[in-house]
Design a protein around this ligand. Structure first.
Ligand SMILES: [Zn+2]
Length: 281
């Protein structure tokens, strides 16, 4: 659990990755009280973002953002090259039968960590399902046939990605065959079966080479330095009026939902360029 694992189809230009998150997903949820359908979508998006970091060469830093006019206003998930993930959703209550994703757009930012190696792909939301939106992203931005399975139940989210690599022969139907087989995976299998059992069972007519699993953890990165920067961005006038009104400056991290409070003495030091540790509540 809390792992992502790459695999390839031997002799064919097809790669894959499988992710399962338990505790790490629970930590992303933290103190948030999301409605069940928002929680489900966020879980799928977290699994998908981890899958977006996979590739055979390097692990880039990924930010996945959905902005929409439907009930989901914003979905933002970030995963670092060390596979540390965080995510949040902003939503408003949906009317009955209204899909969570309405008109909007999906933005993927990829940072490989090398100078100038940043990439941004933006596509309109292609449908009410996240997997459709992401498959459209892959089709337009990476121009590689890609299939995704995303699921969640209880305290686990999971995902499976299959992608035809640039060298894949388009006249070869192996990718379509593999994608169709991937589509037969049950929710239960995807959530619980070890990859060493699931992949040979699912793709029994292919030879799969499975790479070592890598751990995915949660890390919010809302450090004292970052929060002090936010206080400075508010500016002295705003900060001083908050101190006058309430005696403190309180900020809630929108990712992990922790509240941080700075008193007058701490704020004075921050505005003077120092970084005191905040009081965490
Ligand atoms: Zn945080």
């Amino acid at each position: 659990m809390n792992e992502v694992q790459n695999f390839i189809f031997e002799g064919l230009g097809i790669r894959g990755a499988i992710v399962r998150l338990g505790d790490t997903w629970a930590k992303v949820l933290a103190e948030h009280r999301y409605p069940a359908d928002v929680r489900e979508l966020l879980g799928e998006a977290v699994a998908a973002t981890v899958l977006l970091t996979t590739g055979l060469k390097s692990t880039p830093q990924i930010s996945l953002q959905l902005q929409g006019e439907g009930p989901i206003r914003l979905l933002l998930i970030q995963c670092s090259s060390e596979l540390k993930v965080r995510g949040m959703a902003q939503w408003q209550n949906a009317a009955a039968d209204e899909p969570l994703l309405g008109q909007g757009r999906l933005t993927v930012n990829i940072d490989t960590g090398e100078d100038g190696r940043r990439f941004q792909g933006i596509v309109p939301l292609a449908g009410p399902k996240l997997k459709e939106c992401l498959e459209e992203y892959f089709s337009q931005s990476e121009q590689l046939p890609t299939r995704l399975m995303l699921t969640g139940a209880g305290n686990t989210v999971a995902g499976l990605l299959l992608q035809a690599l640039p060298g894949n022969d388009a006249s070869d139907s192996s990718f379509e065959t593999a994608a169709a087989l991937a589509g037969t995976v049950s929710v239960d299998e995807l959530l619980t079966l070890p990859a060493t059992e699931l992949l040979p069972r699912l793709f029994s007519e292919f030879t799969i080479r499975l790479f070592e699993p890598r751990t995915v953890s949660h890390d919010c990165r809302c450090t004292p330095e970052h929060l002090a920067g936010v206080v400075r961005m508010l500016g002295a006038d705003e900060v001083n009026s908050l101190i006058d009104e309430t005696g403190q400056v309180e900020m809630t991290c929108e990712f992990c939902n922790r509240a941080f409070r700075f008193n007058e003495a701490e704020v004075t030091r921050i505005l003077a360029g120092e970084t005191p540790g905040p009081t965490v509540h």
